[in-house]
Design a protein around this ligand. Structure first.
Ligand code: NDP
Length: 262
């Protein structure tokens, strides 16, 4: 995909899915501005990876839950590259626990980063993109936001909220040639899922029709598609990248395991 001359801001670009998104956009020729919470060294590794792909890249420390820091991030991107064409709201955290044990601070921390952070970044680029009459916003939700998950009410609420905000902003900006979409990953191999205990991982795999976790690069390619001109007439939509996780279960039991030949 061709992103030559385009500038992309990717939140949480220091690791995992965010780093893969930065690399995918850099591969297409975009200037990349990535933000990170605290891991400056990891962020610099992403910058180097983008530069090795022939792109210009800049890392900025920014807590997406802080409006002043978000404004400084977007100002830095405009100062360096003159415009912002693509925003990918990828920064995200988990603080899992059953409702009766979940601390208020754990609920707030997840909502602040995942939901309010996405709002603040979208707010900060909206005017810029409207004036340009061009923009692509891609928000990372999760299949957990669509289906729920025990132990993750805070995370599920934040990711379901991202879907509602996406559809609403898509309607606000549609006439200005700014699209706003969601990528909803299933379970992807990153630091976030490495924390799963072995038993939980086995149980999880049994629920995924493709019987594997996804790779960060597979999510990045879906994000790049929605950020590209090939997706010019797609807005307010959700693209799951989940290996079939969450598809309806068979109506008549498992036809395949009953020995059906293909
Ligand atoms: P990681 O935990 O690997 O990386 C999180 C990234 O977000 C890091 O770059 C981190 O920066 C940054 N970050 C965290 N908090 C903030 C903050 N307040 N302000 C700015 N940056 C912040 O996450 P993943 O790559 O696994 O996930 C990326 C996105 O994809 C998230 O939104 C997640 O919810 C979503 N997702 C992931 C799935 C998975 O299976 N991994 C499944 C479904 C959705 P630093 O490195 O400095 O800490």
């Amino acid at each position: 995909m061709n992103f030559a001359g385009k500038t992309a801001v990717v939140t949480g670009g220091s690791r995992g899915i965010g780093r893969a998104i930065c690399e995918e956009l850099a591969r297409g020729g975009a200037n990349v501005v990535l933000c990170y919470a605290g891991r400056a060294e990891a962020a610099q590794e992403t910058v180097t990876a983008c530069e090795d792909l022939g792109a210009k890249a800049l890392a900025v420390q920014c807590n997406v839950a802080d409006e002043a820091q978000v404004k400084a991030l977007m100002d830095a991107a405009v100062k360096e590259f003159g415009r912002i064409d693509i925003l990918v709201n990828n920064a995200g955290v988990t603080r899992d626990g059953l409702v009766m044990m979940m601390k208020e601070a754990d609920f707030d921390a997840v909502i602040d980063t995942n939901l309010k952070g996405t709002f603040l970044c979208m707010k900060a680029v909206s005017r810029i993109m409207m004036k340009q009459r061009y923009g692509r916003i891609v928000n990372l939700s999760s299949v957990v936001g669509l289906r729920g998950n025990a132990g993750q009410v805070n995370y599920a609420a934040s990711k379901a909220g991202v879907v509602g905000m996406t559809k609403s902003l898509a309607k606000e900006l549609a006439t200005r040639n700014v699209t706003v979409n969601v990528v909803a990953p299933g379970f992807i191999t990153t630091d976030m899922t490495d924390a799963l205990p072995e038993g939980a991982r086995e149980a999880l795999l049994s629920t995924i029709p493709m019987k594997r976790l996804g790779a960060a690069e597979e999510v990045a390619q879906a994000v790049a598609f929605l950020a590209s001109d090939r997706a010019a007439f797609i807005t307010g939509e959700i693209l799951p990248v989940a290996g079939g996780f969450g598809l309806p279960t068979p109506l008549y039991g498992s036809y395949m395991s009953a020995g059906a030949k293909g």
